[in-house]
Every structure is written in structure tokens, then in C-alpha cells.
Ligand binder design. Structure first.
Ligand SMILES: [Zn+2]
Length: 87
């Protein structure tokens, strides 16, 4: 695992907050036993989108088409800026 600081949440990792986008991205897997909705924001255009943690398919931004979440065997790898957890 690479640098583990700057987590927003224990289950989800975040790409940075929109600033310093050139810096490294934090990634960590999401436990498959939990399914959650989170609100994320597109780092490119700012469009907000609700994601489901166990989505079986990739999720794209409605604004610009950027990939916001990628399916990884039943759980999602979030590629957008984490805003908040919804449930
Ligand atoms: Zn976008």
C-alpha cells in the first residue's frame, strides 16, 4: 500500500479534494460486506453524483463523461472526490 494519510472515510478512499490533482492518489479497497451510498463530486467538472458501493458496472460523470467509479468484482473503486456518505 502506498501512503495512507488523508482518508476521508474508513470504507472509501478518496482521490484528493480537487486541489493538488497532480499528487498521488490514495486507494484502498472497499470491504464487500458493506454496501453504502455515497455522494461524490467529479474532480473535472464538479458534477455531483450518488454512487452505490457495490455497483456492478462502471459509473461515468453525467457532465463530462469522466469515470467516477470502476467495478472491481462486486465492489466499486471510487475515482471521484468523496463528499459524504448517505447511508
Ligand atoms: Zn465531470
Amino acid at each position: 500500500m502506498q501512503g495512507m494519510q488523508s482518508r476521508n472515510d474508513d470504507l472509501w478512499y478518496s482521490v484528493e479534494e480537487g486541489r493538488d490533482r497532480s499528487m498521488k492518489r490514495e486507494r484502498e479497497p472497499i470491504p464487500k460486506t458493506r454496501s453504502t451510498f455515497i455522494l461524490v463530486k467529479c474532480p473535472d467538472c464538479g458534477e455531483e453524483r450518488i454512487l452505490f458501493s457495490n455497483s456492478a458496472k462502471d459509473i461515468g460523470c453525467r457532465g463530462c463523461g469522466r469515470k467516477l467509479a470502476e467495478s472491481r468484482g462486486g465492489k466499486s473503486l471510487v475515482l471521484a472526490t468523496f463528499v459524504k456518505r448517505l447511508g
